[in-house]
Ligand binder design. Structure first.
Ligand code: HEC
Ligand code: HEC
Ligand code: HEC
Ligand code: HEC
Length: 178
C-alpha cells in the first residue's frame, strides 16, 4: 500500500515537472514582434487597441505618487518599479528565468500580449499562427477568466473587484467580422 502511494506520488511529480519544462521552453518575444502583424485596421489593430488600455501603462503606473502611497501601505520601502511585490502583476512574465526573454522584450511595456496569450517564440511564425490548433500546441493561450484573476485578485492593494464581462469589454480587441 505504502509502496504504491510512493509510486503514484513520484509519477505525478514527474508529470508536473514535465509540464513546467514544456512551458518553460517558450520564450517571451515582446510586444513589438506581435505588433508587426497585429496593427492593421483591416484585421482589428489589436496593438492599437492594447495601447489605449491601462495594461500598456501598468509599469509606468508604478512611478506615480499613487504607487508610492500604495507601496508605503503595503510595506514596500524602495521604488515600486523595482519591488517584486508590485512587479509580479505590473509587468509580463515576472519571475521567469532571464534566459526566457528575447532581446526585443521590454518590461516597460507593462502587461503585454504575452501576459495573457503566453510566451510567443514558438507560435508567432506565420505558418503556425494561421493554424489555431497548431498555435495552441506551440503555447498560444486564449485566456478566459482564470487568465485574468491571477492578477485581478485581492492580493492587489488596489483591488476593485473583478467582473469578467464588464472588464473584458474594456480591453476587447476583436477581429472585424468577415
Ligand atoms: C508573422 C505575423 C504574426 C506575428 C509576428 C504574430 N501573429 Fe498572431 N496571428 C497572425 C495571423 C496571420 C493570425 C490569424 C488570424 C488573422 O489573420 O488575424 C494570428 C492570430 C492570432 C491570435 C488569434 C488566434 C485565433 O485564431 O483565434 C492571437 C491571440 C494572436 N495571433 C496573438 C499573437 C501574439 C500575442 C503575438 C506575439 C507574441 C503574435 N500573435 C504574433 C500573425 C502573426
Ligand atoms: C499580468 C497581470 C494581469 C493580467 C493577466 C490581467 N490584468 Fe488587467 N490589469 C493589470 C494591472 C496591473 C492593471 C492596472 C494597470 C494600471 O492602472 O496601470 C490592470 C487593469 C485592467 C483594467 C482597467 C481597470 C480600470 O481601472 O479601468 C481592465 C478593464 C482589465 N485590467 C481587464 C483585464 C482582463 C479582462 C484580463 C483577462 C483577460 C486581465 N485584465 C488580465 C494586470 C493584469
Ligand atoms: C495581485 C496583482 C497585483 C499586485 C501584487 C499589485 N498590483 Fe497594482 N494593480 C493590480 C490590478 C489588477 C490593478 C487594477 C485595479 C483593479 O481594477 O482592480 C492595479 C492597480 C494599481 C494602481 C492604480 C490604482 C488606480 O486607482 O488607478 C496602482 C497605483 C498600483 N496598482 C500600484 C501597485 C503597487 C505600488 C504595488 C506593490 C506594492 C502593486 N500595485 C501590486 C494588480 C496588482
Ligand atoms: C489582458 C489580457 C489580454 C491582453 C494583454 C491581450 N489579449 Fe488578445 N485576447 C484576450 C482575450 C480574453 C481574448 C478572447 C479569447 C477568446 O475569444 O477565447 C483575446 C483575443 C485575441 C485575438 C482574437 C480576436 C478575435 O476576434 O478572434 C487576437 C488576434 C488577439 N487577442 C491578439 C492580441 C495581441 C496581438 C495582443 C497585444 C497587442 C493582445 N491580444 C493582448 C486577452 C488579452
Amino acid at each position: 500500500m505504502a509502496k504504491k502511494l510512493v509510486v503514484v506520488a513520484t509519477v505525478s511529480v514527474l508529470a508536473a515537472a514535465g509540464l513546467l519544462f514544456a512551458e518553460a521552453n517558450h520564450k517571451y518575444v515582446g510586444i513589438k514582434k506581435c505588433s508587426m502583424c497585429h496593427k492593421s485596421e483591416s484585421k482589428g489593430n489589436q496593438y492599437g487597441q492594447w495601447l489605449s488600455t491601462k495594461h500598456a501603462k501598468a509599469y509606468e503606473t508604478l512611478a506615480t505618487p499613487a504607487a508610492q502611497e500604495t507601496g508605503q501601505k503595503a510595506g514596500v520601502t524602495g521604488n515600486p518599479q523595482e519591488a517584486p511585490q508590485c512587479l509580479k502583476c505590473h509587468i509580463t512574465g515576472y519571475g521567469q528565468d532571464a534566459s526566457l526573454f528575447e532581446a526585443g522584450f521590454a518590461k516597460v511595456d507593462g502587461v503585454q500580449c504575452e501576459s495573457c496569450h503566453g510566451a510567443g517564440s514558438d507560435y508567432m511564425p506565420i505558418a503556425v499562427m494561421k493554424d489555431k490548433a497548431k498555435a495552441i500546441e506551440a503555447g498560444l493561450i486564449m485566456p478566459a477568466k482564470e487568465g485574468c484573476v491571477k492578477c485581478h485578485n485581492s492580493e492587489s492593494p488596489n483591488f476593485q473587484g473583478f467582473d469578467f464581462d464588464s472588464y473584458f469589454k474594456k480591453i476587447a480587441h476583436p477581429r472585424p467580422k468577415a
